[in-house]
Ligand binder design. Structure first.
Ligand code: SF4
Length: 104
């Protein structure tokens, strides 16, 4: 009986420690821009360049993506990265907004 109680305590302690570590890891992730954010809406930002409104943005091309934009602050292979237009929030590599500029 005593051994079972001790085992339960150890399992609970391990689970709690794991949950704390997971929360810390999640908390360390930079926030991602919400497509419904007013600034994102104003710039026509979408997480997927294929979802861009072609009527509103007739000059958009599917080959234009955040990960080949001059303002993308991450490696082209990173799925998410910074963009100065959205402060500390990250944009999607396959995303797009109307401020897209070809990487030089
Ligand atoms: S400026 Fe470039 S990197 Fe930033 S959201 Fe627009 S397309 Fe993506």
């Amino acid at each position: 009986m005593h051994t079972t109680t001790r085992r339960c305590f150890m399992l609970q302690a391990a689970a709690t420690a794991g949950a704390t570590l997971s929360a810390a890891s999640v908390g360390a992730q930079p926030a991602r821009i919400d497509e419904k954010d007013p600034q994102a809406v104003a710039l026509g930002y979408r997480h997927d360049t294929n979802q861009v409104d072609k009527v509103k943005f007739p000059r958009h091309a599917a080959s234009q993506r955040c990960d080949n934009c001059q303002l993308y602050q991450a490696k082209a292979t990173d799925p998410w990265g910074g963009c100065p237009l959205f402060g500390t929030r990250q944009v999607a590599g396959p995303g797009w907004c109307s401020a897209w500029v070809r990487k030089g």
